[in-house]
Ligand binder design. Structure first.
Ligand code: ADP
Ligand code: ADP
Length: 226
């Protein structure tokens, strides 16, 4: 059963823009999958529909077999989302940000504290757990976004252009964290417009352009074609 299965997904916004024109793809459990494409290709829309932030026009989306329309809450519990923009409170500490986030999702306090220690260690932020988030470097803030999303122990972690606009050092730090999360068993799907990023992280990818998948398959096979 695929971690993510999308069939003939279409999205037309109210202004008439056809952002997705019949997209189908499967992401296997354990995969690290990239959606690569230029600005305006439809990547954010695809992520938005998959995480129920955007209503689809038609088509089917299943997360580990769970239909996101028919069984929305159940499907949402399986995913973790890392949005593009940093949106935690800069005047809270990383440890509290993580614990409170899990609390919002109903994780008992003691369990949340144990998990916070783990996710912050995994993101190499444990020594910053009790510092004001405002004082973290740009790279640390980005890794905190990832750590926080892991607090609900998602089976599928979805990231929308996680490294847009950040320098190469920061990107490498994020890549390390993501590789470790994937190695520990979490399926990851991310959008990017950096081929280099897809290349260094992903086993499989889809190239999306103007609302359509134009190439799909193992990274190696696609690189051989370029
Ligand atoms: P990408 O993430 O690949 O840059 P998007 O999914 O953001 O692509 O956008 C795909 C197309 O849909 C673009 O033409 C964009 O302008 C349009 N679009 C995105 N969001 C909206 C919206 N909320 N309302 C109308 N059009 C939108
Ligand atoms: P992204 O960087 O994710 O591709 P943008 O920065 O272009 O998206 O857009 C930021 C926000 O504006 C998103 O919520 C997107 O859905 C919305 N948006 C993008 N294009 C349009 C559009 N043509 N009309 C209305 N809203 C849009």
């Amino acid at each position: 059963q695929p971690a993510l299965s999308i069939r003939d997904l279409r999205k037309t916004y109210d202004n008439g823009v056809e952002a997705l024109k019949g997209v189908s793809l499967d992401v296997s459990p354990g995969d690290f999958y990239a959606l690569l494409g230029p600005n305006g290709a439809g990547k954010s829309t695809l992520i938005g529909v998959t995480s129920s932030l955007v209503n689809k026009t038609s088509g089917e989306v299943r997360i580990f077999g769970v239909d996101i329309t028919a069984r929305r809450d159940e499907a949402m519990r399986l995913i973790g989302l890392v949005p593009q923009e940093i949106n935690f409170n800069m005047f809270e500490k990383p440890f509290d940000i993580c614990v409170n986030y899990a609390g919002f999702y109903g994780v008992p306090r003691e369990q949340a504290r144990a998990r916070a220690e783990q996710v912050l260690k995994d993101a190499q932020l444990w020594d910053k757990a009790d510092k004001m988030s405002r004082t973290l470097s740009g790279g640390m803030k980005r890794r905190l976004m990832i750590a926080r999303a892991m607090m609900t122990q998602p089976r599928l972690l979805i990231l929308d252009e996680p490294t847009a606009g950040v320098d190469i050092e920061i990107r490498r730090g994020m890549w390390k964290t993501l590789k470790e999360i994937n190695a520990a068993g979490t399926t990851i799907i991310l959008t990017t417009h950096y081929l280099e990023e897809a290349e260094s992280l992903c086993r499989n990818l889809a190239i999306i352009d103007k609302g359509r998948i134009v190439e799909q398959g193992p990274m190696k096979a696609l690189l051989a074609k370029l």
